[in-house]
Design a protein around this ligand. Structure first.
Ligand SMILES: NC(=O)c1ccc[n+]([C@@H]2O[C@H](COP(=O)([O-])OP(=O)(O)OC[C@H]3O[C@@H](n4cnc5c(N)ncnc54)[C@H](O)[C@@H]3O)[C@@H](O)[C@H]2O)c1
Length: 351
């Protein structure tokens, strides 16, 4: 993408603003940034995130993580933040993320995910902060026309959530063309797992993600798991997804920041392992790891669930030098299980 002027307010020692840093993925990235020696400030409205995730990180890392409770769409909050700190870059995780809700409440999704992001981009431009790492999603592609899905796969989102993310991607391309922003937009596949030491993990309310739901069913916190369809054109008839461990996702963000510091350019990268796992394989793995049965029932397909979503994962490996450390589903589920037991069964965790 286009050539650009040098951003004025940057040096390697400045902080990183992590918006949505109290959420599931954001918190893991906050921790990875601290471990990489970066200073971090979090902006989160705590609509979905948890202050205690940040407290747990502070305790584990013996570093402070300033949290500003505020909204991404509030220009006054952003102006104050940008006046109070010097930021090398912004990492932007804040979004409403429930695909089903986005179909019922599209305006709220467009407002929060796209509208509020436009406020951020405008304020970043005014403050001359020219680097952004953006949380995008494989939902920008819609139904796959080929699998694995490369970054130049056609864009045909099938729900307002995916549309709202694609809208932001398009804004970013225009800002790049206008030499106002360089970005790395990471298109995550299925984020999963928890930190290896069970300090932080996955908490959504309501939970819609498969691995935590399997664990909730295994430990008797929900009566059963619903499996939406077993008649898909996949090896065992259930949907296939690409599960990427949240710590591997976090390391991709740290590398993205380094890439932006080295390159006067912008890029889109899938973040996935390139390997698919079916719903049945996830259930079997959770049963093996937790040593409990996962009660489940096959129910009709959900509208808008493609049979298979798997990343073509070569580009991020080539560009950012990123490699996933968690290469088996078992190793991902082990971390999720440890976190689940610590969080919801209050069992002590032996590492
Ligand atoms: N979890 C996944 O598998 C997955 C997959 C693809 C993409 N993503 C994207 O990754 C990002 C993080 O996902 P997550 O699973 O950690 O979600 P999450 O809900 O746990 O975290 C989102 C955080 O953003 C905050 N937030 C939301 N709107 C805000 C606003 N207007 N102002 C300030 N803070 C706000 C929430 O309070 C929350 O802490 C999202 O952008 C999501 O679309 C997630």
């Amino acid at each position: 993408m286009a050539e650009r002027r040098t951003t004025k307010k940057t040096s390697r020692q400045n902080a990183v603003l992590v918006i949505g840093g109290a959420g599931y993925i954001g918190a893991h990235v906050v921790r990875a940034l601290l471990q990489a020696g970066r200073r971090v400030v979090v902006l989160d409205n705590l609509s979905e995130g948890y202050r205690d995730s940040l407290t747990a990180i502070e305790r584990a890392e013996r570093r402070s993580v300033p949290l500003v409770k505020g909204d991404l769409g509030d220009p006054r909050t952003l102006r104050k933040l940008f006046a109070a700190h010097r930021f090398d870059a912004v990492m932007h995780f804040a979004a409403l993320c429930y695909v089903g809700v986005s179909v019922k409440e599209p305006a709220a999704y467009y407002r929060n995910n796209a509208g509020h992001t436009s406020v951020l981009l405008d304020e970043m431009h005014r403050a001359e902060i020219g680097r952004l790492v953006f949380s995008s999603t494989c939902a920008v592609y819609g139904n796959p026309v080929k699998v694995p899905m490369p970054e130049d796969h056609p864009f045909a989102p099938i729900n307002p959530y995916g549309h709202s993310k694609r809208m932001v991607e398009e804004m970013l391309v225009d800002l790049d063309k206008a030499n106002q922003m360089r970005f790395v937009a990471l298109r995550y596949f299925n984020a999963s797992g928890a930190s290896a030491d069970a300090v932080i993990g996955e908490r959504h309310d309501p939970e819609t993600h498969l691995i935590p739901l399997c664990l909730a069913a295994a430990y008797g916190h929900i009566p059963e798991l619903q499996v939406f369809g077993d008649d898909y054109p996949t090896p065992d008839g259930t949907c296939v997804r690409d599960y990427i461990h949240v710590e591997d996702l976090a390391s991709a963000h740290v590398l993205a920041l380094d890439w932006l510091a080295r390159n006067d350019a912008s890029t889109f990268c899938n973040v996935g392992t390139g390997r698919g796992q079916s719903v049945k394989q996830v259930i079997e793995t959770v049963e093996r790891v937790s040593k409990r049965r996962v009660p489940h029932r096959i129910v009709p397909r959900r509208v808008g669930d493609p049979p298979e979503l798997v990343a073509a994962a070569g580009s991020i490996q080539q560009k950012l030098g990123w490699r996933p450390r968690y290469t088996s589903l078992e190793s991902i589920v082990e971390t999720a299980d440890r976190w689940y037991r610590k969080m919801f069964l209050k069992t002590s965790v032996h590492l």
